[in-house]
Write a protein that binds this ligand. Sequence first.
Ligand SMILES: Nc1ncnc2c1ncn2[C@@H]1O[C@H](COP(=O)(O)OP(=O)(O)OP(=O)(O)O)[C@@H](O)[C@H]1O
Length: 645
Amino acid sequence: MPPHALDIPAFASTQLSLLSDELAAETASTSALLSSTSPTALSRAGLAILNLVLVSQRTGLGGKTVLELEQDHAVGNAGEIGDHGIRVGDIVKVGEQPKGSERKKDKAAMEGRGVEGVVVRIGHKAVQVALGKEEEDSEGLRGRLWIVKIANDVTYRRMNQTMESLRKLGEGQYTTLIRVLFGLDSPSPVSLDPVEMADPVGQLEFCDPTLNDSQKDAIRFALVSKEVALIHGPPGTGKTYTLIELILQLVKRKLRILVCGPSNISVDNIVERLAPHKLPIIRLGHPARLLPSVLNHSLDVLTRTSDAAEIVKDVRKELDAKQASIKKTRNGRERRAIYGDMKELRKEYREREKQCVTNLVGGSKVVLATLHGAGGFQLRNERFDVVIIDEASQALEAQCWVPLLSAKKVILAGDHLQLPPTIKSMNTKAQPGKAKADSSPANKEIRETTLEVTLFDRLLRLHGASIKRMLTTQYRMHEKIMKFPSDEMYDSKLIAADAVKGRLLKDLPYEVQDNDDTREALVFYDTQGGSFPEKVEDERSEKNTKGAIMSDSKSNEMEAALVKLHVMNLIEAGVLAEDIAVVTPYNAQVALLAQNLKEQYPAIELGSVDGFQGREKEAIIVSLVRSNPEHEIGFLAEKRRLNGK
Ligand SMILES: Nc1ncnc2c1ncn2[C@@H]1O[C@H](COP(=O)(O)OP(=O)(O)OP(=O)(O)O)[C@@H](O)[C@H]1O
């Protein structure tokens, strides 16, 4: 084996162990909360909606049963649901609401009761939940109900299955791509010779004439690479923009492509930009989780509306009729009979739907899904020439493998110099289950890996910069703002596009005064010294945990006051509140800023640095919080945290 080759079974075992720690950390917090907290407290924490009644149900997209729940009028809130933190797309359990007195006794029983589903619509008075495939109907949901948000372990199940499959592969079953991605083979050498570029479609002609040179270069490179290509896109350099052209070029070459990203929004972003090009594309995924603008391309929607959907129409009608007839009968035996019929009909529906899905997916040149969505039944027998993963440096490596086990070529787009995916567990080093006891550098690397090491990082380390191309022109920041990330992270290689390099707040397309705050691209407030002390909420938490929890513990009141002052100056000068964002690494500071600003300026966006990565605003105020005689800066020492806006 080449010296840097990784032992694949050991790698997969390590991932499995890291993932199980991570899932445990994630569920521990939610389930501890669920079992120890009363429904009222859960509702107050925004995790549950109480006092609901079932008012109707229908067959929704994909043959799923959709329950409509309303506030029980007997409770006396004038039918209003009230405040809560449940959003469309959340996974919830719908069940009978435990009564205060029997709560403890009921807890265990409740775990098994109720049905799971996804919130598809939520308003002031009603909430709709689409049940999962296994949860076929609402039989048993009577009386006063509640919905409660539950942890979503589906993504973990997929990652575990994938890593299990990888672990069990015999060496003879490794594809060329697998061999390259683990260093058993080197990537095939790439030549950008124009003659070689004269591929099936002839000389490379770009569909978009505005692409810049680094973007064109990255596209050429990704086209000719045989197994793997990395597109490194620093903030605002048009990573997605480049991927769109790349997809068009691949389609021109009659290749079939699977495009994935770690989150629904990352995938929808591409669907939205690809849609105007009128290619046959399909977006997999629960419609409740997709942006409204991409629904036309959703597989679930097309199984209702396209020509291919004719074969399921009759069955759906029959299902709806049965569902309506349940309401009319009070007789238990008749109801049971109807439920029995519906079960049969659903089976028939699913079989026909499967056929319809196969036709639709099979006819698509470009299929788009989240990484874990790519592991669904719809793609079980589908083969693609190229898999593209956007925001690859935000994805766990195990997640990337879901579409890669049977792939031939992968193109990863990302930026390993921005924050990696957020990890909750503390697993810096895993216990590799069956790792061989050899001490080669590669296997040492496996033993010392964490979930923060992404496939993008690992491949760069394994094969070096020759497998990557970097986009260098950014379209987001004034030159002066760009200078810090460029010098610190990107070897001073970033260039500001003409359109942004001198752009100032005073030049916004609406009336803004020209003053000290609006004609400077970058303003610093020095908060060193005794007057701006940071406040530590809980000293211990910093020592025991990292990331998000530690970040709960710091705030700085004087600095928050300064932020407010600057916001007021900007607004007085004419900058609109919705064009301003205030970000800070510490959650305690987010809370403090919210107290100071939210009421007066509701349109200002406040958030954590980690949550804002990749977003844009005209004016960004960063509140760094740390100020202490020891000059400690805690997790701000992570350079990637200061990069990316
Ligand atoms: N060649 C180009 N000419 C003009 N504008 C461009 C070009 N490339 C990208 N842009 C613009 O730059 C902005 C950023 O592009 P895009 O969203 O694709 O970047 P990104 O690298 O994916 O961003 P992020 O940093 O959020 O990952 C967009 O407004 C896009 O229209």
